[in-house]
Design a protein around this ligand. Structure first.
Ligand SMILES: NC(=O)c1ccc[n+]([C@@H]2O[C@H](COP(=O)([O-])OP(=O)(O)OC[C@H]3O[C@@H](n4cnc5c(N)ncnc54)[C@H](OP(=O)(O)O)[C@@H]3O)[C@@H](O)[C@H]2O)c1
Length: 288
């Protein structure tokens, strides 16, 4: 019976933990900062109520076969404070966060080969501690490997759509290109409809072109007209659709700006690629 411990049962972590509980072969523990007594997941197919073991102090948790980190990226260091009690010699850490540098984010705490990056696609929100609303199908995408096949077994009988890919870097950078453009929404405090404004769309295109140039230098394969594709994606969204960066800024919460546009600037410097639009967006968001 694989022992699985998930750190960070917010929108994504709570949903994934509830899904893992559907597989009776899993022994699921949830590590939380904000206590709650049971987990409920409101899904398009009905309510799922489960009872994973819930711990709030490192002393209560022992080593696991799998540790899943589902905090926001800016909480990675605080999540890693749990590792001393959770990691054994063989533990694998799956990183369920957005972005392109999942392995780098955690490599100071364990060997890179024991870190599995996971891209999560599913619109989800936390209604209250332990209460999650899943608004669509849950897709997990991981780089194809033996480790990925072991991880896949945890999701048997859970309804999760699990994809292994040989093109993980390209998938991750495509998602980052889409998200990078969303910084414009956060800067001007406007939902998706802002992409219909030609001046805003032009800034979004420049942000995406910079991201794509850096992504290609990293090894991702991205279409030459990706910026236009991204604009069409934004224009195809409901006009009042709000991305998480905008939602976080509007609510005065911390933002995952380093994971989105910050990493484009950082990796751009590494490759000698200028990223002035992303750099300005990061600077402006950090002072507002
Ligand atoms: N939400 C989505 O639709 C969605 C979709 C795809 C990908 N993602 C990505 O998934 C990742 C997680 O996002 P989210 O929306 O699930 O965030 P979230 O709802 O804010 O959940 C993060 C959770 O981590 C917890 N946490 C933070 N530090 C912790 C620590 N040291 N120990 C234990 N728990 C800790 C928080 O606890 P508190 O309750 O105490 O704050 C919270 O429950 C992000 O990288 C995001 O970009 C999100």
């Amino acid at each position: 019976m694989p022992a699985i411990t998930l750190i960070g049962p917010g929108a994504i972590g709570g949903m994934v933990a509830a899904r893992l509980c559907q597989n009776p072969r899993n022994e699921v523990t949830v590590v939380t900062r904000t206590p709650f007594s049971s987990l409920s997941l409101d899904t398009p197919d009905g309510l799922l109520e489960v009872d994973p073991r819930i711990v709030t102090h490192p002393g209560e948790a022992g080593p696991a076969d799998w540790v899943l980190v589902a905090t926001k990226a800016y909480d990675s260091a605080s999540a890693a404070q749990w590792f001393e009690s959770l990691l054994g010699e063989e533990t694998t850490v799956a990183v369920l966060q957005n972005g392109v540098n999942h392995v780098d984010r955690f490599s100071e705490w364990l060997p890179r080969e024991r870190i599995l990056p996971v891209i999560v696609d599913c619109p989800t929100e936390r209604v209250a501690p332990g209460q999650i609303r899943q608004r669509g199908e849950l897709f997990l995408t991981v780089p194809a490997s033996d480790l990925a096949s072991e991880f896949e077994k945890l999701f048997a009988d859970t309804g999760v759509i699990y994809k292994q890919t040989d093109y993980f870097m390209s998938v991750a950078w495509l998602k980052l290109c889409i998200f990078a453009a969303g910084v414009v929404n956060a800067l001007v405090l406007q939902p998706a409809r802002i992409a219909n404004d030609e001046k805003a769309a032009e800034v979004m295109r420049r942000i995406v072109d910079e991201a794509a140039a850096v992504g290609r230098a990293e090894g991702a394969s991205l279409a030459q007209d990706i910026a236009d594709e991204v604009i069409e994606i934004y224009r195809g969204q409901p006009a009042d659709s709000v991305n998480s960066l905008l939602a976080d800024r509007a609510a005065g919460r911390p933002m995952e700006i380093d994971l989105r546009n910050g990493v484009i600037v950082e990796l751009g410097r590494k490759h000698g690629i200028a990223t002035p639009f992303n750099e300005m967006a990061v600077s402006l968001l950090k002072i507002t």
